[in-house]
Ligand binder design. Structure first.
Ligand code: AMP
Ligand code: MG
Length: 324
């Protein structure tokens, strides 16, 4: 198992010798390595069993340092960076050659983000290089939102987990770029579209299911538990599975189901708060996935604001085809 702690100097020393450290962010925990060191980046892909066509996000301490790695920041994207960094926003920008092709899977754009977490901010400020940091989970599985999630699955493969507590947003970043002078959203995430549109006006959303290998975060099945995950109207699904005598667990937005033991159900937010639901989503999916049930039944949340990103993750969890 990995060592878990809050020692920034230790994390820095491991990263400086080309090793990997799991780091906390406000979105999910990342598996970090020196983005400018090919061997460290190759290790990230190996530890996650991530296919090399799935590009990584480059993390820095502030907007200023991004200029070392990108050749241009179009004005609308710069406005977004000024408004929302540090925060759950990733920008796709034209890359400079200093960024290894391995990081971007050979694409001429690089995904960049300034994460909002005090420990990781201090670490990034202390380092002379940016960190490549995809979510710290095996490829295709639910992203980790606390240190123990990382340890459960990757503990044997990494030296150190920087423990920053529970992730405050709990969903991956919203990925935004430009296409034909139009701001485009490629992945729904922790920054909701309304906030983005308040700065740059109406945007296009391309974040639908796709088999485009350039953007695996958009593939149909991702963020998925190991157990079958069925999405629908719980009032209808529950009696069907009860009649079949199949053992199931329930993931609901607000309502508790008194006919089922409390150990087998999670309400994401009894008060109906989408921010709370986002924060709890992945931990709830993991907890239900570890129960002795044969299926997890779930409902969607209201499709507004952050609810759109939550529903996106629920639909991908329920999709049949796995990415691998
Ligand atoms: P993760 O770090 O695991 O949350 O996911 C990173 C995701 O960002 C990838 O799966 C892609 O969908 C997206 N991404 C990263 N870099 C690029 C890029 N250069 N062009 C398009 N999408 C990218
Ligand atoms: Mg991921």
């Amino acid at each position: 198992m990995a060592e878990i702690g809050k020692d920034i100097d230790k994390a820095k020393a491991i990263l400086e010798k080309g090793g990997l450290v799991a780091i906390p962010t406000e979105t999910v925990y990342g598996l970090a390595g020196n983005a400018l060191n090919q061997d460290a980046v190759a290790k990230i892909f190996a530890v996650k069993s991530r296919p090399s066509f799935d590009p990584l996000i480059l993390h820095t301490s502030d907007l200023e340092r991004i200029h070392e790695f990108v050749s241009d920041i179009p004005e609308p994207l710069e406005k977004l960076a000024l408004a929302f960094w540090p925060g759950p926003l990733t920008l796709l920008l034209p890359k400079k050659s200093v960024v290894p092709d391995l990081v971007t899977s050979g694409l001429d754009t690089v995904a960049v983000r300034v994460p909002d977490h005090p420990l990781t901010q201090s670490l990034l400020s202390a380092l002379s290089f940016p960190l490549a940091a995809p979510s710290a989970n095996p490829f295709g599985y639910i992203s980790p939102t606390r240190a123990s999630h990382v340890n459960d699955q990757l503990g044997e493969k990494i030296e150190y987990i920087l423990d920053g507590g529970n992730c405050q947003v709990g969903l991956e970043s919203t990925i935004v770029g430009m296409e034909d002078n139009q701001v485009m959203v490629y992945r729904l995430g922790g920054l909701d579209i309304g906030a983005i549109e308040s700065i740059v006006g109406k945007v296009q959303v391309m974040a639908h299911s796709s088999s485009d290998p350039k953007s695996p975060g958009m593939l149909k099945s991702h963020y998925a538990p190991k157990k079958p995950f069925v999405l629908g109207d719980l009032e209808k699904l529950v009696p069907v599975y009860q009649k079949r005598g199949q053992k199931f667990a329930l993931l609901s937005f607000r309502s508790a189901y008194p006919q089922l033991s409390v150990d087998y159900q999670v309400q994401l937010s009894p008060l109906g708060d989408l921010t709370e639901a986002a924060k709890k989503l992945f931990a709830a999916m993991r907890a239900l996935d570890s129960l002795d049930v044969s299926v997890i039944l779930s409902e969607q949340v209201p499709d507004v604001g952050l609810g759109k990103a939550i529903n996106d993750r629920l639909r991908r969890a329920a999709a049949q085809e796995k990415e691998e």
